[in-house]
Design a binder for this molecule. Structure first.
Ligand SMILES: Cc1cc2nc3c(=O)[nH]c(=O)nc-3n(C[C@H](O)[C@H](O)[C@H](O)COP(=O)(O)OP(=O)(O)OC[C@H]3O[C@@H](n4cnc5c(N)ncnc54)[C@H](O)[C@@H]3O)c2cc1C
Length: 423
């Protein structure tokens, strides 16, 4: 693999055949996560495709000329023309291979694939998920000299890295940007010496054999497993939702309601969380309009009565949202009246969506005991029903899902595991 500078670009890329170019930076965790993948793929594909690296900070002109604004960015070229899909952020090995393979004849790509040698690495503990719960467990285990690997389909940090401001995490006087808090958590765990396997495809998990296969060929074998995969919100999957997520659309009242003091918001949903969160939002917003598809709420009676008696609350029953858009500093939601099928626009300052969360447990088959909402049941030491399998954080059956409760779970699991491994 070769490092090039701006003046080499013409000869090494534009006048060459098949090339993949990696723009990287210093102090860039996603670049660190990419480096071993890029190196191992260079060994595999190096005879057919040239692997080049460019240090972005010292080759800004070239980066700007190619429209590269974040690190790492991978760009693929064939005979001087850009091909395939540009990759950036938490880049997976499978995404790179997809691009490389599409630059080669199918037989060649198959021949290269057949040269991949599966291998196994033993660890004491494997943690699946590197949000606050997983990172805290990783930190405690590492400091106890337990050989630990953390595995994540994305970059470390979990939800915290996506949260704009965190004001309720103890130890900081002022609200902290979520990405900084999660960066500090993951660097603390990394600095201690835990192994991170991030932005990987988790191919298969065998909770009985305690084996996790990542990227189809690497097996991580552990004596104990901690599941820390968190939850995902249920989405409405309507136009504008993915575009305005975190930019006018929120899925967390505890986190974001305070930003709507003396403003108006719309809350979508009508179950327990929607009704309880809407009540909480009225502490800040002057008007909360609930949009719910049925003719009454599904929440518990007491919570419903309290909400309906609140003068700041208005309800549109039998209405469903159809699309979101932004107009200036306002959000606009188109809602359909499910009785007469007319549609109208509601203009507001912000929108909260509470149509349920789901635990990320699809990988684990049907062997784990769940509560009635599908969350993993544990005892107070974080043990699931399977021997040597623990669960921590939001994926676990519990009442309150916050950063502080996830890190408490991670702490408890790690201390218990350390003691068991010592015996
Ligand atoms: C929008 C929003 C704002 C929030 N704001 C606050 C706040 O201000 N204060 C507060 O205390 N709490 C807040 N919360 C709640 C808080 O973020 C969570 O309680 C906390 O992040 C839970 O940590 P966790 O480690 O259990 O899970 P998560 O943070 O969800 O992390 C789970 C990790 O597992 C990974 N993962 C998922 N599936 C797999 C898989 N199959 N294989 C490998 N890895 C996988 C994910 O990529 C992720 O990195 C907020 C939540 C949301 C949704």
């Amino acid at each position: 693999m070769k490092e090039i500078i701006t003046t080499d670009f013409e000869k090494e890329v534009l006048q060459a055949g098949k090339v993949v170019l990696d723009f990287y930076s210093n102090e860039c965790p996603p670049c660190e996560a990419l480096a071993p993948k890029f190196e191992s793929l260079a060994e595999l594909y190096g005879e057919d495709i040239k692997f080049l690296k460019v240090f972005r900070q010292q080759n800004r002109d070239l980066a700007e000329r190619l429209g590269v604004y974040s690190s790492p960015t991978l760009i693929f070229f064939d005979k001087g023309h850009e091909v395939g899909i540009r990759l950036t952020g938490g880049i997976k090995r499978s995404e790179i291979m997809f691009n490389l393979n599409s630059m080669l004849p199918a037989e060649k790509a198959d021949a290269i694939k057949s040269r991949i040698k599966p291998y196994t690495t033993p660890y004491d503990v494997a943690i699946i998920g590197s949000g606050p719960g997983g990172l805290t467990a990783g930190l405690y285990l590492c400091q106890a000299r337990v050989n630990t690997v953390l595995i994540d389909t994305g970059l470390p940090g979990g939800y915290v890295s996506l949260t704009h401001q965190i004001s309720n995490y103890p130890g900081f006087i002022d609200p902290q940007p979520g990405y900084m808090l999660s960066h500090n958590m993951s660097e603390q765990t990394k600095k201690c010496g835990s192994v991170f396997k991030v932005a990987v495809d988790v191919t298969r998990v065998d909770l009985q054999k305690k084996e996790i296969i990542i990227d189809e060929y690497e097996t991580l074998q552990a004596r104990k497993i901690i599941i820390a995969t968190g939850t995902s919100p249920n989405y409405l999957n309507i136009p504008g939702e993915s575009e305005f997520k975190g930019k006018g659309l929120s899925y967390c009242a505890t986190c974001d309601a305070k930003y709507y003091a003396d403003k108006e918001v719309i809350v979508i949903g009508g179950g327990n969380s929607a009704v309880e969160e809407a009540e909480f939002i009225t502490k800040f917003a002057t008007r909360v309009t609930m949009v719910h598809q049925f003719e009454k709420f599904q929440a518990n009676k007491q919570a419903q009565e309290k909400l309906l008696a609140n003068p700041r609350v208005e309800v549109l029953f039998r209405h469903e949202p159809r699309s979101f858009e932004r107009r200036g500093d306002k959000m606009v939601v188109a809602v359909e009246n499910l009785q007469d099928h007319t549609t109208r626009e509601l203009v507001t300052d912000g929108i909260f969506i509470f149509v349920g969360m789901k635990p990320n447990i699809d990988l684990f088959g049907g062997m784990l005991e769940l509560d009635q909402w599908g969350y993993l049941k544990t005892d107070e030491d974080m043990r699931t029903n399977l021997p040597d399998v623990y669960a921590v954080g939001d994926v676990r059956s519990k009442k309150y899902r916050q950063i502080t409760t996830a890190i408490a779970d991670g702490t408890i699991a790690a201390i218990n595991i350390t003691r068991e491994l010592d015996n």
